[in-house]
Design a binder for this molecule. Structure first.
Ligand SMILES: Cc1cc2nc3c(=O)[nH]c(=O)nc-3n(C[C@H](O)[C@H](O)[C@H](O)COP(=O)(O)O)c2cc1C
Length: 324
């Protein structure tokens, strides 16, 4: 029988499915359901950098009467942060699979120190979601990776548990930057985050939120970068976005991923998608005579294929000629 266990970011997982940060991981009850459904690990719903900073501010400011409204806001935020630490503690008490805390951030700052409290609450690891949309023409993109490096440098002074970064795919120097980041003390890179997208309602001519869930077709961008980056990254690569089933997991491991994150599929297909995906993975491994994940991990990464340029191809000319 195929062995699906693995070690990623120094954590022992019974299988490669990590449920990504979302409302599915926001309460002990929902995490218990994920564990019972077969998940290998979970990333908790994120705490935001701003929420942490509001707590820091609330702890140091003396409020006057005029600031009462602000105080209420800070009190609420403080409550959110305390609730988050309690969620980590309770999850660790009641759940056997690794619990990865998550912080959403977009700048380097004092909030980094808070990671120590997350560690003290018992989290097995921390994922930092460094979100970025390079939409300001006045800001050089270099700032994004510079911020990432500063955060990594600082966080290693405060915690000893493993930590990863979930990054946005928008970077001119993606391969170059990812290699630099992988050479720090980081334990893993999660490629990639999927942002919430805007849409337009043409009836009312107004703005609306785009579809919140990925489709299986969205796997291709991550697949390309998994195959390219797994050749040189000096840290564990965890693939995310568009992985909806066993087939998606197999593809990502063939391309070189250690583990995968799934979110949208569980909303769309229910939690049973975890067991179904694992069964498909196991059956495929048995058919292909693989005993463990490392037997085929990276078999189709860029340096292992006959035509490595396949992964670099971005123009259609060749395929159009072939189709003639
Ligand atoms: C409803 C919902 C809530 C999410 N909340 C968070 C969050 O709090 N923090 C975070 O880092 N990512 C969050 N994400 C992003 C997911 O963790 C994941 O990176 C993204 O959905 C791509 O994976 P998928 O294609 O499997 O959905 C959320 C996604 C969804 C659909």
């Amino acid at each position: 029988m195929a062995d699906l266990s693995l070690e990623v970011m120094g954590l022992k997982l019974k299988n490669p499915i990590i449920v990504g940060s979302s409302s599915l991981t926001s309460t002990v009850e929902s995490i218990k359901k994920l564990e019972m459904s077969g998940a290998g690990a979970v990333v908790l719903k994120s705490l935001f950098e701003e929420q942490i900073m509001n707590q820091v501010y609330a702890d140091t400011v003396n409020y006057t009467h005029a600031e009462t409204l602000d105080y209420v806001k800070y009190f609420e935020e403080k409550h959110i942060v305390e609730k988050y630490l309690k969620l980590i503690k309770d999850s660790k008490n009641e759940i056997g699979i690794p619990i990865i805390a998550s912080i959403n951030c977009n700048s380097h700052g004092k909030w980094v120190e808070f990671a120590e409290e997350i560690q003290n609450s018992g989290a097995d690891a921390i994922e930092l979601n460094l979100y970025n949309l390079p939409s300001d023409p006045k800001i050089n993109q270099h700032n994004y990776m510079e911020t990432a490096s500063k955060i990594i440098n600082d966080i290693t002074k405060h915690i000893s548990i493993p930590f990863s970064m979930k990054l946005s795919p928008y970077s001119d120097n993606l391969a170059y930057d990812l290699l630099r980041i992988s050479r720090t003390k980081i334990s893993g890179l999660v490629l990639f985050n999927r942002s919430l997208n805007p849409d337009i309602d043409i009836k009312s001519e107004s703005l609306i939120n785009g579809h919140p869930y990925s489709s299986p077709g969205e796997i291709v961008n991550t697949l390309r970068w998994t195959a390219i980056c797994s050749d040189f990254l000096e840290t564990d690569l965890i693939a995310a976005t568009g992985i909806h089933d066993g087939e998606g997991i197999i593809k990502q491991i063939l391309a070189g991923a250690k583990a995968v994150q799934m979110v949208s599929s569980l909303y769309i297909n229910s939690l049973s998608a975890i067991k179904e995906s694992l069964t498909n993975l196991e059956n495929w491994m048995n058919e292909h005579k693989y005993n463990k994940l490392s037997d085929f991990r990276g078999k189709l990464k860029r340096s292992n294929v006959k035509d490595p340029k396949f992964y670099d191809r971005v123009q259609f000319i060749q395929s159009i000629q072939n189709n003639k």
